[in-house]
Design a binder for this molecule. Structure first.
Ligand code: ATP
Length: 232
């Protein structure tokens, strides 16, 4: 799978936010997406998933343009968005949550990741099957949110600050799981993250935007040579 954004332009009302943002993401790769508050990172993910319309540029999945498709068709093609703090059903148990999403995402033939697969990939969820999602720790809620994004046949998961509110050791645990699962199942991810060091540990590529403009794009090894803190 290749996800490519070419010179994306997007905004809200008469406000222009993204100015020709481009990136490419291959199978199993993790793209760390950095930039100061309000730089336009979430806006980029919203444009990729189809929550806002683009005003210029192209989004391609395996060479096919998807920027005019409705969200539903982008989901069917394997794009997933895991929004900040909003990835779980707070009143449902872990098992109910997984069942509801599996029913929707795994009903078609060729479902890559089933209910039992997510329990195998994230065993903590099997142990916590009967627990109400909203009553779990932040780390476990993020594991569940990630599991829900995995159900079906995901190809690229857009992660919006999954570490928010987590203790440092839980961030490391969650990120290690993301790295392991994406690598093993050839799922790619875009990771918006303010915890730079943790994100850098699992990233292959880095992009940085500043006021809606791309200021850096390159492999992790190149990003390690610059002072990333200059962009926050
Ligand atoms: N729904 C909206 N309507 C109007 N303006 C918006 C909307 N959502 C975001 N913006 C504005 O777009 C700009 C970019 O916001 P965005 O959320 O994409 O930034 P970000 O880089 O994700 O920031 P953060 O790291 O704080 O989440 C900001 O100026 C923000 O106020």
């Amino acid at each position: 799978m290749t996800l490519e954004a070419r010179k994306l332009v997007a905004g809200y009302g008469d406000k222009s936010i993204l100015e020709e943002v481009s990136f490419t993401l291959e199978d199993g790769e993790i793209l760390a997406f950095f930039g100061h508050n309000g730089a336009g990172k979430s806006t980029t993910l919203k444009a990729v998933i189809g929550l806002i319309e683009t005003r210029g540029g192209e989004i391609l999945l395996d060479g096919e343009r998807i920027d005019q498709l409705p969200i539903g068709q982008r989901l069917e093609r394997g794009l997933r968005l895991l929004p900040e703090r909003r990835g779980v059903f707070p009143d449902l148990s872990v098992e109910e949550s997984i069942d509801v999403v599996a029913q929707r995402n795994c009903s078609r033939d060729g479902c890559k990741i089933t209910r039992s697969d997510v329990y195998d990939l994230l065993p903590v969820l099997r142990e916590r099957r009967k627990v109400i999602a909203g009553e779990m720790s932040g780390g476990q809620q993020q594991m569940l949110a990630f599991a829900l994004a995995l159900l079906g046949s995901p190809r690229c998961i857009l992660l919006e600050e999954p570490s928010v509110g987590l203790q440092p050791d839980l961030v490391e645990e969650l990120f290690a799981k993301i790295r392991e699962i994406c690598g093993r199942l050839s799922i790619s991810a875009i990771l918006i993250e303010h915890k730079i060091a943790s994100a850098m540990k699992i990233a292959n590529h880095v992009i940085i935007i500043n006021s809606g403009r791309l200021v850096f794009s390159g492999p992790k090894t190149e990003a390690e040579k610059i002072n990333l803190w200059n962009y926050f």
